[in-house]
Design a binder for this molecule. Structure first.
Ligand code: SF4
Length: 411
């Protein structure tokens, strides 16, 4: 199956013209939106950051998309988001994210409502072939919409490796369900979610993108682009190529391109507008930047390596350090993604199913991806740490973060 994705340059800061052109080149909205359609525009407003930072969808892109939707004369238009609820880190107020980004002002100007999905009514949706969740709770406002338009930013991601049009839909889960998804394994949860919920159309804010760990402004990348596509998977493949990210290193993209009836790779995508090659960059991954805080740890990644194992590895390393094992981790070598060659040492751990053939009797965490607890166990066994202590430090940290932000996600 072939899909089309457009890449359009923003000229003279005219976001509206660029968004309109990108939408048209990708096939337009007129046959998606009818007079009785309830349309939901879902910008990425994960944190309260200003437009232009690259952390959130620029309100000028959201405004241009919402105007294009209104031009089609739908029954209703809603702008909705549920900000990041924090897993090991902090949580954020969705209302603040609407205000600080300028999205609340856009909604007022255009006469549409803003909805906080974190405190929306959760509705169960059965997952036909579950990997992590046999049913996922989705915000009612999203399920009651006939057309959902994803408005993400082009960004790397610490737990999935990339976040673009599909991953932006994680915001459609009410707050407690977001945390449940992390607990059950975020990468498999994302695959479950995208098997039952996909946007109808995507318009990607590539004006300012984000690499690494989204430190603003040093990780922002001025790209001056807007992307659009009907198929979110195809749009994500093009977005990854623009960031220089191998889509196989993003577990949900790797799995989805194997599904029947989906694009199997970027070769199945007709890219219209600007040249992909001319604009492609090479972004630093979030995990690469994370590892800078662990100079004594070597992670050897093979060709199979992907965000699935990196997510659990990040948690394990973070909490080993938090439990006071920084010295014990010095000299630790972690093998992930079936590396062919590596210099082993005294302390070696093997992570993930695709490295299972490396069997030298080293502590290993199997599974694709392995569970967070299994990764902690393997790393602790390799460097002589107590896994019970590490897990209790992790649980205390999370309890503190979650208790302090209960009011942001409960109705
Ligand atoms: S075992 Fe880990 S690195 Fe290998 S494919 Fe699975 S999640 Fe990715």
């Amino acid at each position: 199956m072939r899909q089309r994705v457009s890449i359009v340059k923003i000229v003279d800061c005219d976001f509206e013209a660029a968004v309109q052109e990108a939408i048209e080149q990708a096939g337009g909205l007129s046959d998606l939106i009818r007079s009785d359609s309830r349309v939901l525009v879902k910008p990425n407003l994960c944190k309260p950051f200003p437009s232009g930072s690259g952390v959130v969808a620029d309100a000028r892109v959201t405004e241009a998309v919402t105007r294009a939707v209104l031009d089609c004369g739908p029954a209703s238009v809603t702008i909705a988001e549920g900000a990041a609820v924090g897993y090991d880190d902090g949580s954020f107020s969705t209302e603040d994210a609407f205000t600080v980004s300028g999205t609340a002002a856009v909604a007022r100007r255009l006469g549409v409502r803003c909805v906080n999905l974190n405190s929306d009514v959760p509705v169960p949706v059965e997952v036909p072939e579950p990997r992590a969740m046999d049913r996922v709770l989705v915000a009612r406002t999203v399920l009651e919409s006939d057309v959902v338009i994803s408005v993400p930013v082009l960004k790397t991601h610490n737990r999935a490796n990339a976040t673009i049009a599909l991953k932006n839909m994680y915001g459609a889960l009410p707050g407690t369900e977001k945390r449940a998804g992390h607990m059950l394994g975020i990468n498999n949860t994302l695959i479950d979610l995208f098997s039952v919920l996909r946007p109808s159309f995507s318009v990607v804010d590539g004006s300012v993108a984000m690499e690494g760990r989204w430190r603003s402004p040093q990780d922002s990348r001025l790209m001056g682009l807007v992307l659009a596509g009907r198929d979110a998977l195809a749009t994500d493949l093009v977005g990854c190529a623009l960031m220089g990210i191998d889509p196989d290193s993003v577990l949900y993209l790797r799995r989805m391109t194997e599904w029947d009836g989906e694009v199997s790779g970027i070769g199945d995508v007709d890219i219209v507008g600007e040249s992909l090659l001319e604009h492609a960059e090479c972004f630093k991954s979030a995990f690469q930047v994370f590892l800078e805080d662990f100079p004594g740890v070597q992670v050897v990644q093979g060709p199979g390596s992907c965000g699935g194992c990196m997510s659990e590895l990040e948690t394990a390393l973070r909490h080993l350090k938090g439990a006071g094992y920084e010295q014990a981790m010095n000299g630790l070598t972690i093998l992930v993604g079936a590396p062919g060659e590596f210099n082993d040492g005294d302390k070696v751990a093997v992570i993930g199913e695709c490295s299972a053939e490396i069997n030298n009797g080293w502590p290993a965490a199997t599974g694709c991806p392995p569970s967070e607890d299994d990764v902690i166990e393997a790393l602790c066994a390799a460097c002589g740490a107590d896994p019970a202590l590490v897990m209790s430090v992790r649980d205390d940290t999370r309890r503190e973060v979650w208790d302090s932000s209960r009011d942001l996600i409960e109705r």
